[in-house]
Design a protein around this ligand. Structure first.
Ligand code: HEM
Length: 139
């Protein structure tokens, strides 16, 4: 199948369906999704995610919701999962879209994933993960 040359609602729908089909079988992320989303609730989740990505990529305004509070209520969600999520999402976008639109997805996904990760996990006063605080010289 030829790759999508631009980002359209149809392309977003295909990306969402393909991404979550993959995620459900991914060993780290799959069990977290399966535990929270009942089998008969998947169509609703996919519809929500289509609206979300339509809002992010096409500024359609189709999505309204609060992803931060939703993810605070996902049992088993751990901070390192965001890197897995992002790698799988970026790969799926590359598989389905030509390189320019795939890169647009990757940039947006990275930004949203990073801010979601911070909102859910960062605690004021704690240093950001992986960053050492600069050493100050005494005197
Ligand atoms: C890091 C791993 C992640 C896991 C395990 C995860 C898991 C979930 C689960 C289980 C739900 C459904 C919650 C429910 O309906 O009760 C959900 C919803 C959602 N997720 Fe994630 N998520 C992850 C990362 C992300 C990222 C990076 C984004 C955005 C770039 C995202 C965007 C959303 C959105 C928009 C919803 C719908 C919120 C609503 O109901 O309005 N998720 N996620």
């Amino acid at each position: 199948m030829p790759k999508h040359p631009t980002i359209t609602e149809d392309g977003i729908a295909q990306l969402v369906d393909t991404f979550y089909a993959r995620i459900r079988t991914e060993p780290i992320l799959g069990p977290v999704f399966e535990a929270k989303i009942a089998p008969d609730a998947w169509p609703r989740h996919l519809a929500t995610m289509r609206r979300f990505w339509s809002s992010v990529m096409l500024t359609s305004g189709a999505y309204s919701g609060n992803p931060v509070s939703v993810h605070r209520g996902v049992p088993g969600l751990e901070r390192p999962m965001f890197a897995h999520w992002l790698a799988l999402f970026t790969q799926t976008a590359e598989d389905l879209f030509e390189s320019a639109p795939a890169a647009d997805f990757a940039v947006k996904a990275r930004r949203v994933a990073f801010s979601l990760e911070l909102a859910v996990f960062h605690r004021l006063g704690a240093p950001p993960d992986g960053l050492a605080l600069p050493q100050r010289k005494a005197g």
